[in-house]
Every structure is written in C-alpha cells, then in structure tokens.
Ligand binder design. Structure first.
Ligand code: ATP
Ligand code: MG
Ligand code: FE
Length: 345
C-alpha cells in the first residue's frame, strides 16, 4: 500500500509518502527552530500556528514531487497524539479533511508507535520480538515489542525524559535550543571523567529510569563555576549513557533474551548513545538496530510506516479510524502505563 503520513505533534511539521516496500517516495520536513529559539524551548501556541501555516503547502509539494494525487494513495495517516494538543489537532484535522475529500481511510497513529516501528522501516530484516529503548524528548522507556500494537513496557522514567535532560543541560550551558545535538557537539571537546555526576538508579532492582537528580547535579556543577562547559557536557552525556546501558542490562536480566536490541526516538540520534548500545548488544549476542538519524527525530515517514503496519496487521476488512477520532495530549503505548508513580506518559 501507499500511505500519506502527517506529523505535527511537537516542533517539526512533516509530510511523507511511503510505500509498503519501505520506499520513502517523497517527504518534506520543516523544523521550527527559528521560531522557538528566542524562547529557549517550544512554545505550544507558536508551534500550532506554524504547523497550520506550513502543512498545506508541504502536502502539495510532496504530492507534486511524487507526481501523484490522493487517488493513488491507499490511506492517510496522521499523528493523533501524544503531543502538544494544538499541533496534533492541526495535523489530524487536515488528515480528516483529506480523508473525507478523497474517500480514503484515516489512520490515527500514536506518535510513540511511529517511533517504536521506525526501525522496521529502516531495516526490513528486523522481526518481532525486539527489545526497544524508546528515548525521546518526552519519553524514556524500555519496551518489549512483540508485534504491531503489542507493546509491553518493562521500564519508564519516574521523572524526566532523557531528551528533556539533554535540553535542560544545553540551556544551563547556554547552548540554546534545540539542546541535544548542541550538547553532543560540545561533549566532543570535553573530558567525560572530569565532573563527578550521579547515575540515578544505576544498579537498582527497580526497573526504571530517573534523570531529575542528574539534571540537578548538572545545575550545581554549572553554578560552581569550577568546570569547563565541555567537561560538563561530556560528563553529563557519559552519566546518561551509563544509566541507559545499566537499565537495559537490568531489563535483559529480567525479561530477556531478545534477538535484537533496538533504539528509537530523538536521543537515538546521539552517536555516543548508539555506540554504547551497540557494545551492549554485542555483549549480549544480540543484533543491534538503530534507524538513520533522520528517522530518529520526529518525521512523517515513521507515521506513514506505522499506518502501513496497521493496515497489514488489522486485515483486509480494516477501513481505518472514524473521522471523529479525537486528538490526545496523552496516549500511552502500553496498557500498564500510568500505574508507575509519576510516569510521564
Ligand atoms: P516524544 O517523541 O517523546 O513525544 P519529541 O517528539 O519532542 O518527544 P523527538 O523529536 O523524538 O522528541 O526527540 C527530540 C529530543 O531528542 C530532544 O529532547 C532533543 O534534544 C533530543 N535529541 C535530538 N538529537 C539528539 C542528539 N544528537 N543527542 C542527544 N539528544 C538529542
Ligand atoms: Mg523536535
Ligand atoms: Fe517524537
């Protein structure tokens, strides 16, 4: 099938046309960095307005580039949550209008499912089940991905997401927004052992993540004036990576083995994170799969692909979601979500 995907849950407006054979036929992505940079973070109202202004011309551009019309498309997939509700509504309402006008089914996609299945778009050889580290701006979870729509959560953060901690560290170091890539760049020039920082929950029997204490320790290190910013960036990144690998080790001991270790989400674009996870996979004799960087951060190809996976899984009679399906600011991937204290889903 050929699916048109729309993503607008945060600060990337994105449109993509993806085919069932994993070809990304055409795509467009517009970042709102310039709009939000003066405020040091994403301003929801500005984001919604920017999505509304850009989406229609981007849709036209992608269809023109593909040399196709909606007649050629089998379904229209849009992020229906979780995310900033104004932006989600812009994308979802546009998809509803396209679905209504074309008579093609609407697929209301969970943004996290888009991240979770993106490695299968990148790698046709990746079969279920796999152990997934979903590490993004709003989430830090370990999931057993047993099939499309079958996600068993093994760990989540009890406070901040790791992407959030990267962004906060960037802000404290005066690196501005967006923070993750800036921290990664500065860390290249620093000594990862220079600044003593905590590794929250490392070695804990509790199967979760915590990054609030690390964030506070970075704040204290900055305020002390005793360290070079590059050393703080490198030490922060090292502490974060050790938390990730320790918690994955714990999850593997508790729920493993899995044939493959997979990482997805914006923080998966980080090369130090990728290298550490690859080493962990090797240690456990697992395959390691990480999507290319552009599929890690928010994009519409992963939303279209999640739609393709749902079409394939839900059978020939599946006609998609009703046109009155709601946009959801919160939408956990697995049924156990919310039962963990402070779970940020
Ligand atoms: P969610 O997917 O949880 O709803 P989101 O969509 O805002 O949140 P993503 O776009 O998946 O998140 O990821 C963005 C996050 O990834 C930001 O916090 C950003 O700082 C982080 N990030 C992006 N690139 C890197 C990098 N190279 N190193 C570290 N972090 C990064
Ligand atoms: Mg973004
Ligand atoms: Fe995301």
């Amino acid at each position: 099938p050929l699916v048109l995907g729309i993503e607008s849950s945060c600060d990337e407006t994105a449109v993509a046309l993806v085919a069932g054979d994993r070809t990304i036929i055409a795509q467009a992505i517009a970042s709102q960095e310039a709009e939000h940079a003066p405020y040091g973070g994403v301003v929801p109202e500005i984001a919604a307005r920017a999505h509304a202004e850009r989406l229609a011309p981007m849709l036209e551009k992608v269809m023109a580039e593909a040399g196709m019309t909606l007649d050629d498309v089998d379904a229209i997939a849009a992020t229906a949550g979780p995310g900033l509700i104004g932006g989600v509504m812009v994308g979802l309402v546009s998809a509803k209008a396209l679905a209504m006008a074309s008579g093609k089914p609407l697929l209301a996609v969970n943004h996290l499912e888009g991240h979770a299945l993106s490695p299968r778009l990148a790698d046709g050889g990746l079969a279920f089940p796999y152990l997934l580290l979903l590490v993004s701006g709003g989430h830090c979870q370990i999931l057993a991905v047993e099939g499309v729509g079958r996600y068993r959560r093994l760990a989540t953060t009890i406070d901040d997401a790791l992407g959030e901690a990267f962004d906060k560290t960037a802000k404290l170091l005066g690196l501005g927004y967006p923070g993750g890539p800036a921290v990664e760049r500065l860390a290249l020039e620093g000594d990862a052992r220079a600044v003593p920082l905590p590794r929250p929950l490392k070695g804990s029997a509790e199967p979760h993540f915590s990054f609030a204490g690390l964030k506070s320790a970075v704040l204290r290190a900055v305020e002390s004036g005793a360290h070079a910013p590059a050393d703080i960036a490198a030490s922060f990144q090292q502490a974060a990576v050790e938390c990730l690998t320790d918690r994955l080790d714990h999850a593997l001991a508790a729920a493993g083995p899995f044939p493959a270790l997979v990482v997805a989400g914006g923080v998966a674009a980080n090369k130090t994170v990728r290298a550490a996870l690859e080493a962990l996979a090797t240690k456990h004799a697992m395959r390691f799969v990480a999507p290319p960087l552009a599929l890690c951060t928010d994009n519409a190809a992963m939303i279209a692909w999640a739609g393709i996976e749902r079409l394939a899984t839900e059978g020939p009679d599946f006609t998609g979601d009703p046109l009155d399906v709601a946009a959801r600011p919160r939408w956990p991937l697995d049924p156990e979500a919310g039962k963990v204290r402070g779970a940020g889903v």
